[in-house]
Ligand binder design. Structure first.
Ligand code: ADP
Ligand code: MG
Length: 469
């Protein structure tokens, strides 16, 4: 690939960096991405990308965990080896994990040119993504109810639908819709909008209980003084009794004060395991809506909209090809599109049907595109090994059960998009480290015993056949 013509301007490097981040975002778990990819492009030349991190702690961690990975991603994009040079540049907006006190939103000094009476806030919310708005959310018959409900709540928070729960599988737009509510309210009022991933909420809670009274109170107050509280992925709170209880008190405080709460979850609350009953019933009493995977027309509409936003022309036959072949979720659609727009930018050539077919053939062939659920994998594995589903998911440790169980976990990790945490939850609430350990066991076995590989292959075939029935 001839890269010369686009390697001249720093702007092009910034674009490459953005593409790199886009691709990484599509590969990593959202939480992981948000935690570690707080990285800002500074400058670049043909040999080196200089990227800033907010602190020395980040510098160490990003170096250790991601330096080679990021360099590899850039190389994939531009076909050249580059070094990643990390520098520290503190962000002014950066917030500490545990706030020492409750502060009002910082008011920017009003410059002479802006009018004081302007009712709409112009500063971006520091925890919300700007592009997660109602405008960018494509509505189809499948998701019009959740989308309309979300808009109604954004216009009139804390009234009719409190709390609001959006549930559904990965990559279907839960976070987008929730943040759209947050952005709308943030932009149209001076309400204090708090967005937090359930995982962060948990970590902050755990850190606070080990700390001084002041920190404990700060944590409690932080959330109880919110006007709008958005908590993402509450299924993460399963098995975390202490955190659930804390959320229960926060819930009550906010509910009594008519403050809007919005939650997302990967399943209906009734299916949450090890979940505080009072919290479950309170959340369940609000408006609970589910997001469904988009149908073919909507997939094309989403692709068109995102292609337009990227500024790259993607012809209709390519949109059609991607829309037909990727049916899992919107995140996968986006990532396929990113591959194509990156190609167009970097190669400086238009995206044709042939190019799209060639660039995306691995993605299209991926077993992830078949919407296989953990339940199906468990059912087929149990059947194959003549076990009951309960035994497969349960606690028994006899070898005749442990091995199929490990196999099933391994296959889940291989052919679905579920995280190890989610897989663990489906296997009787096991910890993600147990899932990782099981996968490792199977990998070791494959290395020493070639028959295991064919067992896995045949199991995967059976699972696919089953899921096509
Ligand atoms: P979830 O939280 O359900 O896993 P996200 O909200 O992160 O999913 O959505 C994944 C990606 O797909 C995001 O980039 C989001 O903007 C996009 N997306 C999802 N649904 C839609 C939609 N209906 N219209 C436009 N973009 C969407
Ligand atoms: Mg999400």
């Amino acid at each position: 690939m001839d890269n010369k013509h686009f390697m001249n301007e720093s702007n092009d490097f910034a674009i490459i960096w953005n593409e790199t981040l886009n691709q990484i975002r599509s590969e990593l778990d959202e939480q992981e991405f948000n935690t570690w990819f707080n990285l800002e492009f500074q400058s670049a030349n043909e040999k080196e990308f200089t990227i800033s991190v907010p602190s020395l702690f980040y510098l160490d961690q990003v170096k250790k965990r991601y330096q080679t990975y990021i360099e590899g991603k850039i190389e994939e994009l531009i076909g050249k080896q580059v070094a990643l040079n990390l520098v520290i540049k503190p962000k002014t907006e950066q917030k500490d994990n545990i706030p020492s006190e409750i502060s009002e939103p910082v008011k920017k000094p009003v410059s002479e040119t802006t009018t004081k009476t302007e009712p709409i806030r112009k500063e971006k919310h520091s925890q919300l993504r700007n592009d997660y708005s109602f405008d960018t959310f494509v509505v189809d018959p499948n998701n019009s109810f959740p989308a309309n409900a979300a808009q109604a709540i954004a216009r009139n928070p804390g009234t009719a639908y409190n709390p609001f729960l959006i549930y559904g599988g990965v990559g279907l737009g839960k976070t987008h819709l929730m943040q759209a509510i947050g952005n709308y309210i943030h932009n149209h009022s001076d309400s204090k909008v708090f967005y937090v991933a359930a995982e962060t909420f948990t970590n902050e809670f755990i850190a606070s209980i080990k700390d001084s009274e002041r920190v404990k109170t700060a944590f409690k107050n932080k959330y109880r003084f919110a006007d709008i509280l958005l908590i993402d992925d509450i299924h993460f709170l399963q098995n975390k009794g202490g955190t659930q209880e804390e959320l229960f008190y926060t819930f009550n405080a906010l509910y009594d004060a008519n403050k809007q709460m919005v939650f997302t979850c990967d399943r209906p609350v009734s299916d949450l395991k090890d979940f505080n009953e009072r919290l479950r019933s309170r959340v369940g009493r609000g408006l609970n809506v589910d997001l469904q995977p988009p149908n073919y027309e909507t997939r094309c509409a989403i692709l068109k909209k995102k292609a337009e936003a990227s500024g790259i022309n993607i012809p209709d036959d390519v949109i059609d090809l991607v829309g037909k072949n990727i049916s899992t979720n919107v995140r996968d659609l986006e990532s396929a599109l990113n591959t194509l727009t990156a190609y167009a930018r970097l190669a400086g050539k238009p995206v044709t049907l042939e190019i799209a077919q060639q660039r995306l053939k691995d993605v299209f062939a991926s077993p992830r595109q078949s919407n296989i659920s953990i339940e199906i994998i468990q059912r087929v594995t149990a059947e194959k090994f003549h076990l009951s589903l309960n035994d497969l998911k349960g606690k028994k440790r006899t070898q005749s059960i442990v091995y199929p169980r490990q196999l099933a976990m391994f296959v889940c990790r291989e052919i679905t998009e579920y995280t190890t945490t989610e897989i663990g939850q489906h296997f009787g609430g096991r910890d993600h480290t147990t899932v990782m350990h099981s996968c490792q066991k199977i990998e070791d076995l494959v290395r020493t015993d070639p028959s295991v590989d064919s067992i896995i292959k045949s199991l995967i075939r059976d699972i696919k056949d089953y899921s096509l029935k």
